[in-house]
Design a binder for this molecule. Structure first.
Ligand code: DX5
Ligand code: ZN
Length: 224
């Protein structure tokens, strides 16, 4: 797409980092030009896996100046918004799925003074965003089913990324369009061409056999 979305941003997902050296790895990603840090929160219920909670955000807050975005893959996000914000989260990404009161959740985050984004899973159509888009700063389109890192990119999500980009240009220009799951040097150009302007990458940054700066450079070259 040809709209001016500014430079594409990279959001390393720490799910693929070496947790024994988490602070160091995040500092390395920051030095290598990461734009924000993506923190995947899983409760073993909304998704079939457990990951990390607000203590990790709190610990990272001391080692990086980058915005910390928390991707809440949890069944009852409303109970945890304050906790993540107090820990130092700058933006909260909440799923459309399973939230009967999404508008309330979104407005609570805004009332707490933080950036808010809505996330949709691979089987969820872009159309569900129509009425909430004007209220959010960001949309996250999952390009894998949430719950695990190291999964294969679902190519069937590409037309949806294009549809969300068109909706954003119509309803909320300036809203970030982020993608998450299976993003690497091969798939990054595809999602950028479809209109994504923020790329989450776990494996491709922390676990691709290169050091972190080289891995990030590979992604940047792929989309340049
Ligand atoms: C998946 C998470 C992703 C994940 C991406 O449930 O939301 O953020 O860490 O990892 P990769 O880049 O390895 O697919
Ligand atoms: Zn994520």
């Amino acid at each position: 797409m040809d709209m001016d979305q500014g430079p594409v941003k990279l959001a390393p997902s720490i799910l693929a980092a070496d947790f024994a050296r988490l602070g160091e790895q995040v500092a390395e990603a920051e030095q290598a030009g990461a734009d924000r840090i993506h923190v995947d929160v899983m409760d073993g219920h909304f998704v079939p896996n457990l990951s990390m909670g607000a203590v990790v955000v709190q610990a990272l807050r001391r080692v990086t100046r980058l915005p910390l975005e928390t991707h809440l893959m949890i069944s009852a996000p409303d109970f945890f918004l304050e906790e993540f914000i107090e820990a130092g989260a700058d933006s909260l990404l909440v799923h459309w799925e399973g939230n009967n009161n999404l508008h309330r959740t979104v407005h609570r985050v805004k009332a707490l003074g933080k950036r808010v984004g809505v996330v949709i899973n691979p089987a969820t159509p872009a159309a569900v965003l129509e009425e909430i888009l004007q209220d959010v700063e960001q949309v996250l389109v999952m390009t894998v089913n949430p719950g695990f890192g190291h999964q294969h990119f679902l190519h069937t999500t590409l037309p949806k990324v294009r549809r969300v980009r068109q909706m954003i240009e119509r309803v909320k220009p300036g809203c970030d369009l982020e993608v998450d799951g299976g993003i690497d040097a091969t798939t990054a150009p595809l999602v950028v061409a479809a209109g994504a302007n923020v790329l989450v990458a776990g494996t491709a940054i922390f676990d691709d056999g290169h050091d972190i700066p080289a891995a990030m450079q590979r992604l940047r070259v792929a989309i340049s």
